[in-house]
Design a protein around this ligand. Structure first.
Ligand SMILES: NC(=O)C1=CN([C@@H]2O[C@H](COP(=O)(O)OP(=O)(O)OC[C@H]3O[C@@H](n4cnc5c(N)ncnc54)[C@H](OP(=O)(O)O)[C@@H]3O)[C@@H](O)[C@H]2O)C=CC1
Ligand SMILES: CC(=O)[C@@H](O)[C@H](O)COP(=O)(O)O
Ligand SMILES: [Mn+2]
Length: 406
């Protein structure tokens, strides 16, 4: 997305059709909450999930009268059909047929079906196929799944059919996109990416060593899915977001500053060449960037509670110690190196987060292992989808080997 790239399409006319990927997750359920308040603006064309929560998925299918649904877990197709039939029976409404797709490629098929908007709320780089499919189909891509942009890099950018096709849903990037509406790209001096600092902000390294998954899952300001929450605690989330911002807004990583803002009210800022800084502020509520992702460039009314400027409050900002929080320093290095390095950074992290949540490794092992895997990697000269997938496979295996020796 460029600073001047504001779509001319409008949500004021016919309802926009929405393919919602990851509908049972934190982003997905909040997106349905937004849509439920704006039924005249959106029509849910399809839903997709992994398959872990079939009861919720079936409830969503019936509540939003969705004709097409997909799950990644092939073995649960019949069970999903049963759940949907049960819910349809309970609803007392006329039953319309629901097509069910199942298997690892099912979300990609939905994403490529040509909905007006594809909201990618899947967790992990498994979201890459759907991201590329949505762009190829010409849909507007409301992107929460930052991993797909980070691992796909220039492949994802090249897949865009128009400059404004990707609308960021990540709160910081939505904030930057909003700030950029008031200036031209050539007028931007730097982006300031805010970070809450996570649950261990200010802790000594020795104390963090023994933290449990439950402690790391207690995010101070946001309620999110487990992977992004652990990534916030390790600051890997901010590393991924640094790369995401660099790719989305074409700003060199050296011109992106990370600042710790524990209140999570200022979601990010843009500093312009004349010394002016524009910030976007709102109490932490993901429905706001989700709504904007769905309705861009228009704003929907009354999506979230605004700041109460007359209440006494304080916002604080401080520098991030990037030496102590190696994840952000490493993100700068992999972004500069580009090629398949960002894919390796993310894939190794996904393996480490799963191992940490399973209680198999310690908290500090996550970033240490990612750094070791990245250090061993040799990027392919050309960035192709095959090269990305091969690098990811290698990184996952290498991380597993390192973790099993601990
Ligand atoms: N939550 C938040 O506030 C924010 C999230 N993000 C980003 O948004 C994305 C989603 O995060 P979040 O909602 O927290 O994650 P959750 O873990 O809450 O939800 C993940 C969703 O993805 C689905 N899913 C998992 N694997 C697959 C698959 N192979 N195919 C299709 N669907 C799949 C899950 O289905 P199932 O239930 O069946 O497992 C679930 O619906 C991440 O990239 C995250 O970094 C960014 C900013 C804020
Ligand atoms: C809500 C959102 O966008 C998350 O990605 C958020 O950024 C997590 O917070 P921190 O990573 O700043 O702790
Ligand atoms: Mn974010």
């Amino acid at each position: 997305m460029s600073s001047s790239a504001v779509s001319s399409t409008s949500v004021s006319g016919d309802p926009r059709s929405v393919a919602l990927l990851g509908s049972t997750g934190s982003i997905g359920t909040q997106a349905l909450d937004v849509i439920s308040r704006h039924r005249d603006r959106f029509q849910v064309a399809s839903l997709s999930a992994g398959g872990a929560n079939l009861a919720l998925l079936a409830e969503q299918v019936v509540a939003f009268d969705v004709p097409l649904v997909a799950i990644a877990d092939d073995a649960r197709r019949t069970e999903l059909a049963r759940h949907i039939a049960l819910r349809q029976g309970e609803s007392g409404r006329p039953v319309r047929p629901v097509e069910i797709l199942a298997g690892p490629e099912a979300a990609t098929a939905l994403a490529g079906a040509g909905a007006d908007v594809v909201l990618n709320g899947i967790t992990g780089s498994v979201g890459l196929g759907p991201t590329l499919a949505a762009l190829a189909a010409g849909s507007s891509l409301a992107l929460a799944n930052k991993e797909s942009l980070v691992v796909g890099g220039s492949l994802v950018k090249a897949a865009q059919r128009r400059g404004d096709q990707i609308v960021p849903v990540d709160s910081e990037h939505s904030a930057i996109a909003q700030c950029l509406r008031s200036g031209e790209h050539r007028e931007v001096r730097r982006l300031i990416l805010t970070a809450s600092g996570g649950p261990f902000r200010g802790w000594a390294r020795d104390d963090v060593k023994t933290v449990t998954p439950d402690a790391a899952l207690a995010h101070p300001t946001w309620s999110m899915g487990p992977v992004v929450t652990i990534n916030s605690a390790t600051l890997m989330n901010k590393g991924l977001e640094l790369i995401e911002a660099h790719l989305l807004f074409d700003v060199p990583v050296r011109d992106i500053t990370v600042v710790v803002h524990p209140q999570s009210v200022v979601h990010s800022m843009v500093e312009f060449v004349d010394g002016s800084t524009i910030a976007q502020a709102s109490p932490p509520d993901m429905r706001l960037p989700i709504a904007l992702g769905l309705s861009w460039p228009e704003r929907l009314s009354d999506v979230a509670t605004p700041c109460r400027w007359t209440d006494p409050t304080s916002w604080t900002f401080e520098a991030l110690d990037e030496e102590l929080f190696g994840a952000v320093r490493l993100a700068r290095e992999v972004a500069e190196a580009s090629g398949t390095y960002p894919a390796v950074y993310n894939a190794a992290n996904e393996e480490c987060v799963a191992a940490f949540l399973a209680g198999r490794i310690g908290f500090l092992d996550i970033v240490e292992t990612v750094e070791r895997v990245v250090a061993e990697h040799v990027s392919s000269p050309a960035l192709t989808l095959e090269a990305v997938l091969a690098a990811e496979g290698w990184a996952r295996r290498r991380a597993q080997e390192m973790l099993s020796r601990r």
